[in-house]
Design a binder for this molecule. Sequence first.
Ligand code: GDD
Length: 418
Amino acid sequence: RVVAVIMVGGPTKGTRFRPLSLNIPKPLFPLAGQPMVHHPISACKRIPNLAQIYLIGFYEEREFALYVSSISNELKVPVRYLREDKPHGSAGGLYNFRDLIMEDNPSHIFLLNCDVCCSFPLPEMLVAHRRYGGIGTILVIKVSPESANEFGELVADPSTNELLHYTEKPETFVSDRINCGVYVFTPDIFTAIQGVSSQRKERANLRRMSSFEALQSATRSLPTDFVRLDQDILSPLAGKKQLYTYETMDFWEQIKTPGMSLKCSALYLAQFRFTSPYLLATGDGTKTAAVIGDVFVHPSAKVHPTAKNLLTLNYAQIGPNVSISANARIGPGVRLISCIVLDDVEVKENAVVIHAIVGWKSSIGRWSRVQGEGDYNAKLGITILGEAVTVEDEVVVVNSIVLPNKTLNVSVQQEIIL
Ligand code: GDD
């Protein structure tokens, strides 16, 4: 039997995701119309003999309760949220729930970061892992040398795929192969984590004996139960024939910012063509609005059915890379390109939304434009409207971030509206 664990973090993490994470835990923010964490969860469905999926985090239990029960029913696999009382780090969090995880007596444990976007080739990793015979196999990808230092850089043996060297976010270039944050382990991983935390305890005791040093290092040392998977486990185990790598040739991105969520939404929509084409809108679903490329429209959203604008003889045009969440209302003549429109938003007639995220309950007035240049990595490369923002008629908002509950009655560009 196999168990999967998805690390979802907590409210003190994901701060680069503001203002969107002010309303909703980042793992539940919709990409391609589905909560971020839904994508790794549904990928887990492909693992043979999967017994359980656990989400581990330090958000309040109630924030995940509804999602976890509905996804368990939908996938027919038990999904449970396990709450840490405080952050224990990416490995410490896993260790914290070892007894529960081991109840199913799993032969293998998948561990996934929730904020990565990829095709999650989990069954393929498991086959490779069994062949290597180590305690863990890491999903890796080749990235550009300039961007590698944002991640864990690693070196693997080209013939055996053994992990030879690992450095987390190094200052000087080590390798363009990086850690994707997707792993499969045997239960021996718990012994390795236990080892790190006992070593820490010993050191803390030694320090207690020499009080001068204790004073000096008390603030520097980490709590004994805080263990990071990358620095504390992967680095020391590299080169010991215990860890191996599996390289993906598919897509992979990390989702730390709202801009990246727009990019990843596009990647997941494109993947739906193969995995769940029924989720993609066709012109018929939205009645007469023109649908271009990959588009998700929630069944409760209303795209103006006879969206013909009498003045311009225009139908609404939607796509590519658009997802429209529950109860949104899209008026006649509206143009939506590369955007995420969240629940209860109203986009009034002839408004244009391009490279933007429109927050819950916001309203965009007639003939308005809400747009970004589409640089997903730049701080102001897309436009983001927080919750309940009103853009009045004929107002233009370009490359800006608007915090919740603001009303814009003048046009802005390259601004953060607090
Ligand atoms: N439950 C829980 N508790 N989750 C945590 C904790 C914790 O204390 N700390 C981090 N996480 C979760 C985060 O939500 C995220 O999903 C994952 O663990 C990794 O987060 P970080 O430890 O902050 O690392 P990172 O995202 O900056 O980088 C890691 O992932 C990259 C791939 O996305 C590293 O492993 C990099 O090497 C790797 O390239």
